[in-house]
Design a protein around this ligand. Sequence first.
Ligand code: HMG
Ligand code: MG
Length: 315
Amino acid sequence: MNTTDLGLPMTVPADGLPARVRIHEVGARDGLQNEKATVPTAVKAEFVRRLAGTGLTTIEATSFVHPKWVPQLADAEDLYQAVADLPVALPVLVPNERGLDRALALGARRVAVFASATESFARANLNRTVDEALAMFEPVVRRAKAQDVHVRGYLSMCFGDPWEGAVAVPQVVRVCRALLDMGCDELSLGDTIGVATPGHVTALLAALAGAGVPVSALGVHFHDTYGQALSNTLAALQQGVTTVDASAGGLGGCPYAKSATGNLATEDLVWMLRGLGIDTGIDLGRLVATSVWMAAHLGRPSPSRTVRALSHQEQ
Ligand code: HMG
Ligand code: MG
């Protein structure tokens, strides 16, 4: 038994799981891009600083996208400059060369392009077909790699799509291969609308392994719409995945997919990993305090069960 008065779970390891997981924190980007109200830049910067103080090592900061498409992140330059001194990785989203130019001008060393497995979401999110979007990313990845900048390739709608329904595994594998062949260093498999279940996750990861995609290059990005995000994460860990995206306090969704609700909450993930004896390097108490602080700024309680349990917020 291994508990503390901070309210941590008993640690009871299970077989067949990684010793360590890297959490890719997306709250400041994926979370805040979806807020109705625009959060002031100073509050965002303080959020990122507090997140860095919890032990998180990868904190996605913002997106260099068209400000009309995502007005909540129109302050990308100011925000990035306000946090650039932090000793953590601060990836940013860049959809095209214009976005890459803006990021590189500020010294960004990690960028992410974001593709779709489905035509409907590619059109809604990027105003392109799937293949047109890949063509848009190609010079971004090439130029970033020429400068030794790390490139993540997001892939949305890997399991289901609000317009097209279930998404066939081979469709996802094709776009994953294209992103890797282009030169992306890692991929993040997005369940944008939260419809995945564990067997589906296992089947997709097996198909990717069969297509020669190394599991070490894969991260998972689950949304908790149907309460499946943690089960899906466990299924992914059992297949060898060691990078998991999560959003502090469960903030987020996606402005271009109406049925996308909150991301997997980082606190819920840390609670499970801690219970399994998997190291994340994160101070759960500080993380909960950060999400409570952010929830006060947003004017509503965090949807994370762990935040609520540990902070005694009203249900
Ligand atoms: P478009 O309208 O086709 O753009 O949008 P365009 O290439 O035709 O250019 C039109 C104008 O936009 C031009 O200006 C460009 O300079 C300007 P004008 O000449 O008319 O004055 N422009 C830009 N300005 C600033 N920064 C830029 C930029 N690019 C062009 N980077 C575009 C195409 C890709 C720009 C647009 O669709 C866009 O910005 N989309 C972003 C959507 C987005 O950010 N969605 C959320 C992120 S994805 C997500 O959340 C899912 C994820 O979490 C995983 C999951 O859960 O699935 C990652
Ligand atoms: Mg997302």
